[in-house]
Design a protein around this ligand. Structure first.
Ligand code: RFL
Ligand code: PHB
Length: 389
């Protein structure tokens, strides 16, 4: 088979890139390792920046998001069981959209199907070839048979554990990493959200987050030890712990119920440089990971898609390679700013194992400063709603 752009990974970044390219008349094939039902079953991000919303609209994917998503014009931060609000609209004139990654992915698959796009799931042993030549290709095995896709470009949208990044020679690839000494235990429950906006809580017992998917679907997280297992946490233990860490009025209001999903995610900051090698381009989690505290992972994947789509469109339309040549540099400039924000939110809000009473006071005074300083609130709001592309 031959295509112009071969995309490895059928997560949100691979699907969105394919959809944007399709609108420019550029054809692509997506190779996805898992079954589609598995990809659609993942519970991940919940918050979309304005730039991500605009990009989805540009790909004609805005309709259900507009109907079912929630505009949030602010968020609550809390320290020691007392909360205060940061008003994004007042500080920077922008808001965010609460619309789950699961729904975004479902909309993207529906759009690919409607456009007759090729998404090959259960593609095993996906292997790129000739990335430093003008004629790359990708082989894969499906139902025991090997296939080859010849293409102009290979795009690695295959997440942190994908194959693409490993194709960049060791003496070219530079990796930067911080692994945090804790994880997030996340619970999804069919209960009304405790608050109409998110609550990010610092507490001496550890971080907690109250988020949501819709009027009767809540998403909550508590910081846990990396050695904890989700099965080891009963629902009752989870709700007790959450209540201890959030503001008292929210704890009093909290409606609890059985969990319908419970899992533990480790926290990591990671960047791979460069994001391009020969005919290979890395996008999203394949190139960088942020801890979820700033709600940046999916949004960062989408800003990569924006830069790469613009570069590929100019290549095919005008024979202009400036955009693809500058892709890695432009994407990384934004990646590092979002890495910094996600790291700083994580550092401000979590309890670290060796944290001293001094460190705890430092966190509390940073939050106290945020509560009263318009300048500090503006800086946080500018990053949270999304830096410009
Ligand atoms: P994905 O979603 O990991 O998709 C990669 C796809 O590639 C496939 N794949 C392969 N296919 C073929 N061959 C191979 N060798 C392959 N290896 C892998 C995989 O099966 C998969 O389908 O990467 P992508 O598209 O770059 O998207 C990134 C986002 O998924 C990620 O950044 C976010 O989920 C992060 N994240 C959040 N981001 C936000 O912007 N806002 C949030 O509120 C937010 N909350 C979160 C999060 C991530 C979390 N977890 C579980 C890590 C909350 C959590 C708890
Ligand atoms: C979520 O709703 O899953 C969510 C929201 C905000 C975050 C992380 C996760 O910072």
């Amino acid at each position: 088979m031959r295509t112009q752009v071969c995309i490895i990974g059928g997560g949100p970044s691979g699907l969105l890139l394919a959809q944007l390219l399709h609108r420019d008349g550029i054809d692509s094939v997506i190779l996805e390792r898992r079954e589609r039902a598995h990809v659609l079953g993942r519970i991940r991000a919940g918050v979309l920046e304005q730039g991500s919303v605009d990009l989805l609209r540009r790909a004609s994917l805005g309709e259900r998001m507009e109907r079912e998503g929630f505009h949030h014009s602010g968020t609550y931060l809390a320290a020691a069981n007392r909360g205060f609000r940061i008003d994004f609209e007042a500080r920077v004139g922008k808001s965010v959209m609460v619309y789950g990654q699961t729904e975004v992915t479902r909309d993207l698959y529906a759009a690919r199907d409607a456009a007759g796009g090729i998404v090959i799931d259960r593609a095993e042993r996906v292997t790129p070839w000739g990335l430093d030549s003008n004629a790359p290709s990708v082989t894969y095995v499906r139902d025991g048979r090997e296939h080859r896709v010849a293409c102009d470009f290979v795009i690695g949208c295959d997440g942190f554990h994908g194959v693409s990044r490993t194709c960049i020679p060791k003496d070219v690839l530079r990796e930067f990493e911080r692994v945090y000494p804790f994880g997030w235990l996340g619970v999804l429950s069919e209960t009304p959200p405790v608050s109409h906006e998110l609550i990010y809580a610092n507490h001496p017992r550890g971080f907690a987050l109250c988020s949501m998917r819709n009027d009767n679907l809540s998403r909550y997280y508590v910081q846990v030890q990396l050695s904890d297992r989700a099965e080891g946490w009963t629902d009752a233990a989870f709700w007790d712990e959450l209540k201890r860490r959030i503001p008292e009025d929210a704890a009093d209001r909290l409606i609890t119920g059985p969990s319908i999903e419970k899992s533990i995610a480790p926290l990591r900051s990671y960047v791979a440089e460069p994001m391009r090698w020969g005919r290979l381009f890395l996008v999203g989690d394949a190139a960088h990971i942020v801890p979820p505290t700033g709600a940046k992972g999916l949004n960062l994947a989408f800003s990569d898609v924006h830069y790469l789509h613009a570069g590929l469109a100019a290549h095919y339309r005008d024979g202009d390679d400036d955009g693809i040549d500058r892709y890695s540099h432009r994407a990384l400039a934004r990646v590092w700013k979002c890495e910094r924000f996600s790291w700083s939110m994580t550092t401000m809000l979590h309890r670290f194992p060796d944290q001293s009473p001094f460190d705890q006071r430092m966190q509390e005074s940073e939050l106290a400063w945020l509560e009263t300083s318009v300048a500090a609130q503006t800086a946080l709001a500018e990053n949270y709603v999304g830096l410009p592309y």
